[in-house]
Write a new protein. Structure first.
Ligand SMILES: [Ca+2]
Length: 497
């Protein structure tokens, strides 16, 4: 297949492994590392090292923290901490992603290690020792060999189900295109997103989106992985609306994908002083509530309020039938759901929570809405995810509520899903566009601009099994102010602030 203009090498989010496997070539009569033209000598004896040199090299390497795995007359396979390689080369080990042909004519990015620094050879993974007395003429960090692998395409697959693609359809449906044409794309606005994890899917690379190295909150978890696919996929909604925003993904899941460090992730996000924190998760409680929020909910509510009062816009999903404290906190922009059908007609999503609560000053959830699918499972937006992640597998199979599937495979790295989890990052993208135009906006001004200009939604109702609030003319409990209109909100901030 074509490689769609993807760069041969790109940023890697993978940490350096605990132990690095390498190969040390011991100096012989000839060296494969010398000279520019590479021709293999007819006899491998040309590369054989003297036994005394091999003995010395082995001894020196062991003294420097290397374990010898195997040895020939030419060289040694070794393993050691990355620092040991850095010590003998004076260079620095760094991961890079390289596009390689893999299984069945596909291509995929694979993590490689390289040694960077003064006098280090340009070839990927190749290093040179700094000491003249150590008779090693070259170091090779092992490149990953190719086994069965799937390359997630940067292009979405087809599905017979009506759906929206990112970025185009979402940008059109939220009228973000009008802002983009004025050059307003959220340039450089930092959005922090604590979620299940984040995987550098080629979709993001192909679009040239600006994404910082993810941060993992749970000790021992890999910052480059997303076992669920939720954080990866939903983050694409931000860029559909604000293609030049900067994303800081924060992984708050444990190795099983459970969101066990969400509050920690929020506090970490706050620490980075972003313009926006967007959260596509929450808790659940009785509705109507049996009493006021409990002290755990109050403790986090106070933290959220403090972040807002320090000028950070905080977006929380309204919930997919849940009744949760976070979207109710005063000042939070609670993201609800509106479904746009193939004719462009709008209705409140029956998948989304929508209600009034007395927990905090008669707060209405949602504040305003973005694009969310309908029951049974809101398979609505084609989003990029790690191949074979939980969402990839789940959405491609029937379940107890839905005999149909998303029409994709369980290993293609794409799935149809949404929920108010999709609405929050879309609205975060809308806010990023506004901050891009007016960096000094207060969070309340962003909320005002988005609600004052939203498209009124008058049909449908929120999650019927629990809330069943109807949409109607003007603000309502199903959609809040209605569907976000990015172009109109941009005009509003230019005219009013
Ligand atoms: Ca799939």
């Amino acid at each position: 297949m074509t490689r769609l203009g993807l760069p041969r090498q790109t940023v890697s989010d993978d940490p350096i492994p605990e132990r690095v496997i390498g190969y040390m070539s011991v100096e012989g009569p000839e060296s494969v590392f010398a000279g520019k033209t590479k021709k293999l000598n007819k006899s491998s004896k040309a590369y054989h090292a003297k036994k005394s040199d091999r003995d010395n090299v082995r001894h020196d390497l062991e003294k420097n923290g290397f374990n010898i795995i195997a040895e020939t007359a030419l060289g040694l396979s070794v393993e050691a901490r990355g620092e040991a390689y850095e010590d003998i080369t004076g260079g620095r080990i760094q991961p890079v992603e390289r596009l390689v042909y893999s299984h069945g004519g596909r291509s995929e990015y694979m993590t490689h290690l390289d040694i960077f620094g003064d006098k280090q050879p340009a070839a990927l993974g190749v290093g040179a020792v700094k000491s003249k007395s150590l008779k090693v003429d070259g170091i090779v960090l092992e490149r990953p060999r190719i086994c069965h692998a799937v390359f997630p395409s940067p292009l979405p697959p087809n599905s017979p189900k009506f759906h929206l693609n990112v970025p185009g359809d979402v940008a059109v449906a939220l009228n973000a295109v009008a802002a983009h044409q004025l050059g307003q794309r959220g340039a450089g606005v930092l959005v922090a997103m604590p979620d299940s994890g984040w995987f550098r899917h080629p979709f993001f690379t192909a679009h040239g989106y600006n994404i910082k190295t993810p941060i993992a909150m749970v000790p021992g978890t890999n910052r480059s992985k997303d076992p669920i696919g939720h954080g990866t996929g939903e983050s694409a909604n931000i860029f559909a609306v604000a293609p030049e925003a900067q994303l800081q993904p924060i992984r708050v899941s444990d190795s099983g994908g459970n969101l066990v460090a969400a509050v920690a992730g929020f506090l970490k996000a706050r620490d980075l002083q972003p313009k926006i924190i967007t959260c596509s998760w929450g808790g659940d409680d009785d509705f109507p509530p049996l009493g006021p929020p409990d002290s755990a909910e109050m403790a986090f509510a106070a933290e959220i309020q403090d972040a807002i009062q320090h000028g950070i816009l905080v977006v929380f999903s309204a919930g997919n039938g849940q009744f949760s404290a976070e979207p109710q906190v005063p000042g939070v922009l609670a993201a609800g759901g509106v479904f746009m059908d193939s004719n462009g007609d709008l209705r409140a999503s029956d998948y989304a929570s929508g209600y009034q609560s007395t927990w905090f000053d008669d707060h209405v959830v949602p504040t305003v809405s973005a694009l969310v699918g309908m029951q049974p499972r809101a398979q609505y937006i084609m989003l990029p995810i790690p191949p074979r992640s939980e969402i990839d597998l789940d959405e491609s199979a029937p379940n107890q509520f839905d005999p149909t599937t998303d029409g994709t495979s369980g290993s293609d790295g794409w799935a149809l899903f949404s929920g108010t989890s999709a609405a929050a990052p879309q609205i975060a993208g809308a806010a990023a566009v506004l901050f891009g135009a007016k960096p000094n906006l207060a969070p309340a001004q962003v909320v005002q601009a988005l609600t004052a200009t939203a498209v009124d939604v008058v049909v449908g109702h929120s999650f019927p099994q629990r809330f069943n609030s109807p949409a109607g003319p003007g603000p309502d409990l199903a959609t809040g102010a209605g569907l976000v209109n990015v172009g109109a909100a941009l005009r509003f901030v230019k005219d009013n602030f």
